[in-house]
Design a binder for this molecule. Structure first.
Ligand code: HEC
Ligand code: HEC
Length: 155
């Protein structure tokens, strides 16, 4: 078939008009890593550990490296209102199960180093009691040893 050259010029013009916005959009790659950057400002990332809040919640839990199934269930709990923290609920309320699972899996594969804690200035007696609770618990108070779940190195 014979192509007439006339319509080509407007087509080329259109193509070049579209090229600029397309390049601008590509400047921020649409990857999961970029999208969950909204989460790491509170939960920490490879380059910046989680900040400790001065007001509001008592702490920002680490999420990197926790089991995917556990993370998924927590996201699900926030969305369903079983676990309540308004900012978290707001962020996940419009996300599908599949997307929550994808996010949970991504965080489970991250290995953010644990922050180096400052040495405690508590009196020796209190430190000893803490050590006892962590390693052996207190059966009379029904406090289990923390290491029973958190492991010998509490990691
Ligand atoms: C404004 C700070 C903030 C942002 C941003 C934020 N979170 Fe949270 N998140 C929290 C706090 C605080 C908690 C603990 C709330 C509680 O005590 O139940 C939490 C809890 C969680 C938990 C449960 C952790 C656990 O160990 O049980 C998961 C999973 C989680 N967030 C994932 C995310 C994801 C995914 C995003 C991004 C879509 C996100 N968070 C964004 C503050 C934040
Ligand atoms: C029966 C199992 C179990 C025992 C025993 C236990 N924990 Fe936990 N702990 C958990 C689980 C599961 C989580 C995650 C839940 C969450 O983040 O909401 C957690 C979370 C934590 C966190 C938050 C860590 C983070 O991700 O930011 C701290 C701190 C903590 N535990 C301290 C302790 C201490 C101190 C003890 C002992 C007095 C203890 N735990 C005993 C199961 C346990």
């Amino acid at each position: 078939m014979h192509l007439r050259p006339a319509p080509l010029l407007p087509l080329l013009l259109l193509a070049s008009l579209h090229a600029a916005p397309a390049r601008a959009r590509q400047a921020v790659p649409d990857t999961l890593e970029r999208r969950v950057a909204a989460c790491t400002s509170c939960h920490g990332s490879q380059s910046a550990p989680a900040p400790q809040p001065s007001s509001g919640p008592n702490y920002y839990p680490r999420i990197a490296g926790k089991p995917a199934g556990y993370l998924y269930n927590q996201l699900h709990n926030f969305r369903a209102g079983r676990r309540q923290y308004p900012l978290m609920t707001y962020m996940v309320e419009h996300m599908s199960d599949d997307y929550l699972r994808e996010i949970a899996t991504w965080f489970s594969t991250q290995h953010v180093p644990a922050p180096v804690l400052a040495r405690s200035s508590l009196p020796a007696g209190q430190l000893e009691r803490g050590h006892e609770l962590v390693t052996r618990g207190d059966a009379t108070l029904k406090v289990p040893a923390c290491i029973a779940c958190h492991g010998q190195r509490l990691t």
